[in-house]
Write a protein that binds this ligand. Structure first.
Ligand SMILES: NC(=O)CCC(=O)C(=O)O
Length: 250
């Protein structure tokens, strides 16, 4: 079914959608933002369809020659609203499973990114960022009702943690969590887990894709956010006299 038939307000794409996901490819595929080819195409797509477009991620060539894993966000007039550079680099070494070191070629971003869509604040994170609950908490503390993570989990951690992490972040912070993954390509060097997902503020899986190429379309009822927060008011029950999660100035 064509996406156009649904007249979506917001579309989000996967991590590294214009580049094979591997450290040896990032510099070769890196582009400047917003004048690079991919940025220009994303801008045009947002304008042509009058949508908010969360442009997955692309390898970004920074002014300092460093490369970032960056999500661009485009408004309905084709304007660049924000760019989020992945804050936590995916460096793991799971025995008998997967070893990956984004830090071999990528630099980390230092900024949180919140966009406003029709009065709703949405935080942006990228894949491995979802493991860091403090980041999601700070988005929640700053009024976010949803966090969107373009992502590409793998076949070792995906089955174990993909849904768990999304439901955890949604439950901890009583907000929507939306992830977009590439489909699974078993012939690729890095095999993505797939299973793009929408989790609601009750931490229920509202909609999920499977591992195949698929477009997930759904409505978001933001009133659920307030319902959960009123009925389970953990945010006013925190012992902030004893502990807190704070952003440091950098
Ligand atoms: N692209 C990524 O950041 C992958 C993160 C991942 O798979 C994980 O287990 O975390």
């Amino acid at each position: 079914m064509a996406v156009k038939e649904h007249k979506p307000r917001l579309i989000t794409l996967p991590e590294c959608f214009n580049c094979p996901y591997g450290t040896k490819y990032f510099r070769e595929y890196a582009e400047h933002i917003p004048d690079g080819y991919t940025s220009q195409q994303l801008s045009k797509a947002a304008l042509d369809n009058q949508i908010y477009l969360i442009g997955g991620t692309i390898p970004e060539l920074g002014d300092n020659n460093a490369i970032y894993n960056t999500c661009t966000v485009w408004g309905p007039n084709g304007e660049l609203l924000a760019k989020h550079r992945k804050m936590h680099l995916f460096d793991i070494d799971v025995k008998g499973g997967i070893r990956f070191k984004e830090s071999e070629t990528l630099s980390a971003g230092n900024d949180f990114t919140i966009i406003n869509v029709d009065g709703h604040k949405i935080g942006i994170g990228i894949c491995y960022d979802i493991r860091f609950e403090e980041m999601a908490r700070l988005y929640r503390n700053n009024g976010c009702e949803m966090i969107i993570y373009p992502a590409a989990f793998n076949m070792t951690t995906g089955p174990l943690h993909w849904e768990l992490l999304q439901r955890s972040r949604a439950n901890d912070n009583q907000l929507f969590v939306v992830t977009t993954s590439p489909a699974r390509d078993t012939s690729a060097e890095y095999v993505a887990y797939g299973h793009s997902m929408i989790v609601d503020p009750w931490a229920k899986v509202q909609k999920t894709a499977d591992e195949h190429e698929q477009i997930l379309v759904d409505d978001i009822d933001f009133s659920l956010v307030e319902q959960v927060r009123q009925q389970i008011p953990v945010f006013s029950q925190r012992r902030l006299d004893i502990y807190s999660t704070e952003k440091k100035s950098k």
